[in-house]
Design a protein around this ligand. Structure first.
Ligand SMILES: [Fe+2]
Length: 219
């Protein structure tokens, strides 16, 4: 977890608890929780999802061209503090040149070789970690039904996630990277504030922390 995110969560916990202690009661506590502990925002599935990716957290081996990237994080329940173990996390992305393993949009059931795709379960602490490469940017393909007006628009770099747990509402999302100049003009990225993370870089790789907060499937 990066420092900003960690500080943010600590602050939220403090404020959430404080609201109740100061006599605001349950309603005030909930209001704070809603403000300071947002559920991770959903996003479009996109045209390059394929069903049935292999179970692996190392999406890219050393032979994959590109800049090494490690993303890790925790899947939390809606209170932002209860980890969700055993959540199914599905991940897919373009390669460093902005190409998916199948360049056919809508090719959901193709069972050919999966590349830069994987599934994993969060561990007992709700944590996950993937090793991959930085995804390249690519333009929205032309003539996608419903997205015709965006055809050719260059998208910011992103990694797709789908997170499923039995007691929570599944979320499909795209992870974006702070500082990408294409975020502002992207109709999906620009308002997905919970899904934009900062990356740190050392001599070997970029690293980022992306925590995911799921809405509860029951009250
Ligand atoms: Fe994509």
């Amino acid at each position: 977890m990066n420092n900003d995110r960690r500080a943010g969560i600590s602050r939220r916990r403090f404020l959430g608890g404080g609201a109740v202690l100061l006599g605001g009661g349950l309603l005030a506590g909930r209001a704070f929780a809603q403000q300071g502990c947002p559920v991770t925002q959903g996003d479009i599935l996109g045209p390059y999802y394929r069903f049935g990716a292999p179970f692996q957290s190392r999406l890219a081996g050393p032979e994959e061209p590109g800049e090494r990237l490690v993303v890790s994080g925790t899947v939390y329940s809606a209170d932002c503090r209860t980890p969700v173990p055993g959540a199914l996390v599905e991940i897919w992305q373009a390669n460093g040149a902005g190409l998916y393993d199948t360049e056919k949009p809508g090719n959901y059931t193709d069972k050919g070789n999966f590349r830069l795709r994987g599934m994993l379960y969060t561990d007992a602490q709700g944590k996950y970690r993937i090793e991959t490469v930085m995804p390249g940017r690519y333009p929205v393909p032309p003539n996608l039904p419903g997205l015709e007006k965006y055809g050719g628009l260059m998208r910011p770099a992103h990694i797709h996630f789908r997170v499923i747990d039995a007691l929570h509402v599944p979320v499909t999302l795209q992870l974006y990277f702070k500082g990408d100049p294409f975020i502002a003009g992207d109709p999906w990225a620009h308002e997905r504030t919970t899904n934009i993370i900062e990356l740190e870089q050392d001599a070997e790789q970029r690293r980022g922390v992306f925590d995911i907060v799921l809405a509860r499937g029951f009250q």
